[in-house]
Design a protein around this ligand. Sequence first.
Ligand SMILES: Nc1ncnc2c1ncn2[C@@H]1O[C@H](COP(=O)(O)OP(=O)(O)OP(=O)(O)O)[C@@H](O)[C@H]1O
Ligand SMILES: [Mg+2]
Length: 214
Amino acid sequence: MIELRNAYKTYNTNGNDKNVLENVNLRVERGEFIILFGRSGCGKTTLLNIIGLIDNLTSGEYLVEGINAEILSRKEAAKYRNALFGYIFQSFYLLPDLSAGENIQLPMRYKGMPRDEQKERTKILLEQVGMAGRDKEFPNRMSGGEQQRIAIARALANKPPYLLADEPTGNLDTTNRDHIVHLLSQINKEQGSTIVMVTHDRELLKYADRVVEM
Ligand SMILES: Nc1ncnc2c1ncn2[C@@H]1O[C@H](COP(=O)(O)OP(=O)(O)OP(=O)(O)O)[C@@H](O)[C@H]1O
Ligand SMILES: [Mg+2]
């Protein structure tokens, strides 16, 4: 479970404090598909980075699986981040010098998984995202929708309980947008992954169990 209590994030620019998050209270249970919805600049990415242990609150509490994020050392935060969260971004962030398969294997390699297991799991992941047999291809030869499928497979590589998706369809046309969100919904239902997705696209709200308007 993810739980934010009285959460504030304040940035100081040119001597002025600005509350980007103000008294946010949010609970996400395991297995939910929730959408954080709001206009540009309202703090969606900021909130997702706090949830993913990339950033810290200014005040308030953030508990993930009962662990208080504010008291974690950098090293501990990194450990929990890798174990708990898979990240998907608007601009995919695949490494251009690695093939699709190598991109997917990267998190498994960092974890020290044996090579044959990496290959076996990559094959399964490619099937799951509808890209079976495409492991040798390079990202820059793929369409945006295909690149996002590879990025989703990479995010799932180490079976994280939580998937955090920051505007994952922002660079896609409506057909690919619908395919990608449908895929996320399927992953949520079939594998029980908890999904927190950020969007400003009203058309996507129907996919969520719950919408949090920011
Ligand atoms: N490091 C920072 N220092 C100062 N201000 C920041 C910083 N990061 C973000 N902000 C400000 O915080 C606000 C929220 O930013 P954030 O990126 O979370 O918005 P968002 O909802 O994700 O927007 P978008 O939909 O455009 O991606 C913005 O006004 C931004 O300028
Ligand atoms: Mg953002």
